[in-house]
Ligand binder design. Sequence first.
Ligand SMILES: Nc1ncnc2c1ncn2[C@@H]1O[C@H](COP(=O)(O)OP(=O)(O)OP(=O)(O)O)[C@@H](O)[C@H]1O
Length: 881
Amino acid sequence: MGKTADCRGPEGRPDPVRSFNRWKKKHSHKQSQKKQLRKQLKKPEWQVERESISRLLQNYEKINVNEITRFSDFPLSKKTLKGLQEAQYRLVTEIQKQTIGLALQGKDVLGAAKTGSGKTLAFLVPVLEALYRLQWTSTDGLGVLIISPTRELAYQTFEVLRKVGKNHDFSAGLIIGGKDLKHEAERINNINILVCTPGRLLQHMDETICFHATNLQMLVLDEADRILDMGFADTMNAIIENLPKKRQTLLFSATQTKSVKDLARLSLKNPEYVWVHEKAKYSTPATLEQNYIVCELQQKISVLYSFLRSHLKKKSIVFFSSCKEVQYLYRVFCRLRPGISILALHGRQQQMRRMEVYNEFVRKKAAVLFATDIAARGLDFPAVNWVLQFDCPEDANTYIHRAGRTARYKEDGEALLILLPSEEKGMVQQLLQKKVPVKEIRINPEKLIDVQKKLESFLAQDQDLKERAQRCFVSYIRSVYLMKDKEIFDVSKLPIPEYALSLGLAVAPRVRFLQKMQKQPPKELVVSQDDKGIEPRAPSLTNDEVEEFRAYFNEKMSILQKGGKRPEETEYTLAKEISDEEEEEKEDEEEEKEDEEEMEEKLAKAKESQLQSVPGTGESKEAPGQFLDRDEDEDDGHDASFFTVKRHNVFGLDLKENKTPQKKEPSKSSVKKKLTKVAEAKKVMKRNFKVNKKIMFTEEGESVQQWPQMQKSVSKDAEEEEDSTGGINLDKAKERLQEEDKYDKEEYRKKIRAKHREKRLKEREARREASKRQAKARDEEEAFLDWSDDDDDGGFDPSTLPDPDKSRGSEESDSEDTENKISDTKKKQGMRKRNNSEMEDVGPTSRNGKKAKWETLEPLDTGLSLAEDEELVLHLLKSQS
Ligand SMILES: Nc1ncnc2c1ncn2[C@@H]1O[C@H](COP(=O)(O)OP(=O)(O)OP(=O)(O)O)[C@@H](O)[C@H]1O
C-alpha cells in the first residue's frame, strides 16, 4: 500500500514521472545484474571455480550444526550437492549433521553412531569436498585413501562414491584382493580416491613400483575399530608408515575404538569425538526388535530349519561362527528344500562368486543368506527382515554389527540370537551392559521340525557330504575352544556326541585337542575368577611361545615366498558358499595360501591376548571381534587328519603339558634349534642312530651295499676327520659331494663308452655278413652277364629279365669294404671270357655302361605272363646248354 501511495500525485492519481523513475531504477538494477552475470559467464571456468571455492571456505567457519537439516545447508560444491540430490539424499542424518561440518573444517574426526545411520556419506561428502577445494586432478595422484575391512564393504563404499561423486572429475578406484594385481598396478597411479582393503593396499605399496601416497590429503578408516584391532595390526602399521604425517584422518564405526594407543598410531591431531548415540538409551536402532532363544546345541539345526519354513516370504541373514559350518549347512539345507532360496557368502569363495552372491542377495526380495562374520560389518543389503545369529557372537560388539544388517535407516527389522544354556548368562549380561535390549522368547515345541534323520540319510548316501559334516563339527568345536571369553564359551560343556548326531554323523569325529584338554587339570584351562577382567584368549601364552609361533610362521612364510607365493591379504575375508564343484576345487587349491593368513591372524590374536593380560598397557578390554573369520582359513579340509588340530600348541594348551613352563630355556635358543635342520641332524648324529642297510649279492657271490649308497670317492682324511669331530662340517661335506659327483660322472662315461663299443662291433659283424651274401649273389649275376655278352645273334633278349642292377644299386652305396670285397671276389672267381684290359677299363663304369645299353633296348613283348616268360627262359637256357 505504502508504495502505491508514493507514486500518486496530489490528486490521488498515479504520478507518471515518479512511476517512470521507479521503473527506470529497477530496470537499470536488473541490467547491471545481467551484465555482471554475463561478465561472470565470460570468466574461465577455473576462475569461477576458484571464486566459489573461496566463498565455500569462508562459509566453513560459519557452519552451525543446529541450523542444519539438509545437505544444502552445508557449504558444499554444486557438483556434490547435485550428486546427492540425484541419489535422493536431501535430509541429513544425525551423524552426517554432526561430522560433515567438522571434517570440512579440516579436523580429524572420530565418528560413532548406530548401525545403518548413514556414516558412509558422513565421510564421503568431506572426501569429495577436500579434493574439490584443492582442484585435484589425475596428475596429482592419490589424494584420499578409504580403507575398509572387507572386500564387499569396500565395493559397497565405492559404489556409493561413484553415485554421489559422479559430477566431479576425480578418478576413483577399487583395490581389493582376488583381482589381477598387474591390471590394478597399471591403473593405480592415476587414481585420486582409492577405496581398498588393507592387505591389497600394502601389497601395492610393496610391489607396484610407481605407487606412492606422498600427496595424500585424507585417510578414512571405515569400521575403524576393526581395522585397528590386532587382526590388521602389522598390515596397518606398515601402511601408516607409508603415509605422510600431514593429512586429515577420519575414523568411523558403530562401535568406535577408544584405545588411546590406536589413535596414537594414527598420529591424530586434537581429534573431534562425535558419539551421536552416546546418551541414547540403547546402542542399537530403535526400530530393531531383538530376541533370543535358548536351546541345546543338538537342536539348533532343527530350529533353523523350522525358522526358515515359517519365514518363506522374508529376507534373512543367518550368521555362523565358521566357514565350514556355512559350507556344510548350506549344502544340507539346499537338499532339505525349505522352499526359499538359499545363498552363502564366505571367505573361501572366489572373488567373482562373492560378488555374484552379494549382488544376488541385494536383488532378492525373499531369500536367506548363510554367512560368516565377513558379512557382519557395514554391508547395506536392502530390506532385510531378519538377522538370525545361529552361533553366539564372540562379543557384544560383534552382536551389534551382525544385528545391524537389518533395521537400517528408519526401516524395521528383527534379530534373533540362538544361545546355548551355557552361553546365556554371560552373553545376555554383556549385551545388557552394552545397552542392547534383548528379550528371551521360547520355541514352540510343536512347530519344531526335526531334520536329524534326513541329514543322516543324506550322509549315508554321500561321502563328500559326510566329510563336510565332520569338518563342520571340528570347526565349530574349535571355534568355541578359541573364543576369548571363557565365561561364555566353555567347550567342556558342549554335548559332543549329541551335536555330532544332529549333524547327521553317527559317530563324533575325534578331536585331539579336546582329548588333551580333558587330560589336563581344569585350573590350567579356565582362568581363575580374579583374572577374569583381563582374561586373554590363551591365558598361558608366554613370550617364548609367541616367539616360537612367530618363528614357525616366518619359516612357513619364507618357504611360501621361495615358491613364488606372496602373503595375500590379511583382511578378514568374506563368508562362503559352494555352488559348483569347479569353484570348490579352486577354493581347495587356495587353502594353503589361506592357511598362511590364518597363522598371521592367530599370531595377532595371541599377541593381543598377551597385551590384554598385561595390566596397564592401555589396551581396551573390548578389543573388537578378532576371531571373526578365524575358521575361514582353516586347512583341515585337505588333510586326511582333519579331525586333529595341527599346531595346537600355538594356543597354549599343549605347552601347558610342560608342568614348569616358566623354567624353560630362554626362548631364542629353542627357536633357533627349531629353525635349523642342521642342528637337528647333529642332534640325531650324536645319538648314534644306525640306518638299516640293504645288501645284494652278485652272481659271483660278492656283496654290494645298495642302501645307504656307499661313498666311492671318499678320501681317508675326510672319514677320519668326520669321526673325530662327530658333527657335520658343511664345507667338507660339500667337497666330498663334489668328489662323489665327479666319480659318478666318470663311471657313467665309462659305461657309455663300453656300450658304444659293443654297438660298433655288432654293426661291423652285421656288415660282414651282408657283404658275404652280396658277393655270392653277384657271382651268379656276373656269370650270367658274361654269357649274354657273348651272345651276339640276339636269340634271347635279357631285358625281359629283372634288372639285376636295380638291386645292386642299393648295395653300391654300402661301405668301401664291401666294394673292395666284391671286386676281390670278381677277380678270384674269374671272368673267364673277359680279357685283362677290359677289366681295367670297365671296372664299375663298364657295368654302368652295360646298364645304359640295356635301358636303350626295347623290351620284347612275348604276349605271355611273367610266369610263362620265366618258363620260356628256362626252357631256352636248357636248350642252349
Ligand atoms: N541422508 C540420508 N538420506 C537418506 N538415506 C540415507 C542417508 N544417509 C544414509 N542413508 C541410507 O541409509 C542406509 C545406511 O547407511 P550407511 O550404510 O551409511 O550406514 P552406516 O552407519 O555406515 O551403517 P553400518 O554401521 O552398518 O556400517 C543406506 O541405505 C543409505 O543409503
